[in-house]
Design a binder for this molecule. Structure first.
Ligand SMILES: O=C(O)CCC(=O)C(=O)O
Ligand SMILES: [Fe+2]
Length: 265
């Protein structure tokens, strides 16, 4: 707990067994078409492929992925960190980062950014505990140094808060925090089955994978049910009006039904 609040991120080890992680890595690898024709509606930058289920929908929440949404250990940890047990989980986007030897511009393949819970057209962060979201990703493959791990700034969530509090319209700094300059990053390495947990004000970026093996990850966000900016319909969320079908509800646990908004807390 202390490490997370100090550093703004935490590697949670062994959330899944190696075997479970391998299963999900396989499911995601199987999204790649056999003929390697990358669909128009996927994203593909610098060796990092983001599958989309349909144009505009990057949430993989079919029955085969739902156990990841309702993982009990991650739920207990995030609830304890947020000091609130009524949480909602979302995102579920995936990424496959393959080897990419491009020599520049450095190790990052994205601008250093935050994905805060506060909408872009809002001028001020609230900095209340209700506002805090926890994000992060499962690593389904081993991520060794230079292997495309997510980069973070130790303590960076404090730096963001300090900078944003110092000026009016702090949410608008650094091109709405889409391009943060001047901070040193570290790569979060880990093993298949680990989860990289991040504070929503943590500056982060994807990195080039210099190694032969792909990095395969899936992203999730945990928010309190009283999150002041609402709990849906933001970029990365499943489309508004999404309803779960019988195959999905069949594999949901009582906890999963609450985390996914099927049952009230
Ligand atoms: O893939 C990663 O390591 C980070 C991706 C990310 O932060 C994003 O796409 O917003
Ligand atoms: Fe991001």
């Amino acid at each position: 707990m202390d490490t997370f609040w100090r550093d703004g991120y935490l590697l949670v080890r062994g959330v899944l067994s190696r075997q479970e992680a391998g299963h999900y890595a396989g499911l995601i690898t199987d999204l790649l078409p056999r003929d390697l024709r990358i669909p128009e509606h996927w994203e593909a930058y610098d060796g990092r492929f983001k599958p989309f289920r349909t144009p505009g929908n990057q949430t993989f929440d079919g029955p085969e992925f739902l156990p990841l949404y309702q993982n009990e250990r991650l739920y207990r940890l995030t609830a304890e960190l947020l000091g609130h047990h009524r949480l909602l989980v979302r995102d579920g986007s995936v990424a496959i980062t393959m080897r990419n030897d491009t020599p520049h511009p450095g190790e990052l393949s994205q601008d250093l950014h935050i994905d805060p819970a506060v909408p872009e057209d809002v001028d001020e962060f609230l900095f209340t505990s209700e506002e805090v979201e926890l994000g992060g990703c499962y690593y389904f493959t081993d991520v060794r140094p230079g292997g495309g791990g997510i980069h973070v700034v130790p303590g960076g969530h404090h730096i963001v808060e300090e900078q944003a509090r110092a000026v009016p319209r702090g949410r608008q700094l650094h091109d709405k925090w889409r391009n943060i300059a001047g901070l040193e990053t570290v790569e979060v390495t880990g093993e298949a089955g680990d989860f990289v947990l991040t504070h929503h004000l943590m500056p982060h970026a994807a990195s080039h994978n210099r190694r032969p093996e792909a990095r395969i990850a899936q992203f999730f966000r945990y928010a309190r049910d009283d999150q002041p900016w609402g709990n849906g319909d933001r970029p990365g969320d499943r489309p508004a009006g999404h309803h779960y079908n019988d195959q999905q509800t069949a594999v949901m646990t009582p906890l999963g039904r609450r985390l996914l908004g099927v049952d009230p807390w």
